[in-house]
Design a protein around this ligand. Structure first.
Ligand SMILES: [Ca+2]
Length: 200
């Protein structure tokens, strides 16, 4: 009676090993999948953040700072707020909610030291302030190198509501070694949640 049982065990053991080999082949295939590459970045700033952040694509974002602190880059004035303190945790239209949960507002702008050349500036916004409940309640313009690139931006209106991320891309030519981004208030304070300065 023992022989058939042993054969049976050997058969199942072989089948199991064969299945393992097949599965390890499949696992190797999965590892080949590549994470999409982002354009080279000079700066990625999570505005108002106290800590650096690694986004869902693996990019490193800097914590925010005032311009005077280090000299290379930073915010000109403004206040910072972290909406998590008020219980907000979800932002629509993004896998990187963290960037939009912290906000700098009422700032004059940001300055970044860069080699002269063309840059793609990606500005990240979400309306998360409880005092804004409709379109037209916050309007501000954005200038880069002294030129208006976004006129009377209404984040609530363009995102179609609160706590929804939008990104605005601007191409900027810098010829004086400093990339200047200026926020001009119209209604309420200007706000910004994240800024990327990428090679264009
Ligand atoms: Ca932020």
């Amino acid at each position: 009676m023992r022989e058939p049982i042993r054969s049976c065990c050997i058969y199942f053991l072989s089948a199991f090993c064969f299945a393992l080999v097949l599965m390890s082949g499949c696992v190797r295939e999965v590892h080949v999948v590549k994470i999409p590459e982002s354009p080279p970045a000079l700066y990625r700033v999570n505005c108002a953040a106290a800590e650096p952040y690694k986004d869902s694509a693996g990019n490193e974002w800097l914590a925010d700072q005032e311009f005077a602190q280090r000299g290379k880059w930073g915010a000109l004035d403004g206040m910072t707020v972290d909406r998590r303190a008020a219980g907000l945790s979800e932002i629509e239209n993004t896998d990187d909610d963290v960037i939009y949960l912290t906000e700098r507002y009422s700032m004059q702008g940001y300055q970044f030291e860069v080699p002269n050349g063309r840059y793609l500036v990606r500005l990240h916004f979400a309306e998360t302030y409880e005092g804004i409940t409709d379109e037209g309640m916050r309007l501000f313009s954005v200038e880069t190198e002294g030129k208006t690139v976004l006129k009377d931006l209404d984040v609530y209106k363009e995102a179609e509501g609160k706590n929804k991320a939008i990104v605005r891309n601007v191409v900027v030519e810098v010829s004086d070694g400093t990339l200047d981004i200026t926020f001009v208030p119209n209604v309420q304070n200007p706000e910004v949640n994240g800024i990327e300065v990428l090679k264009n």
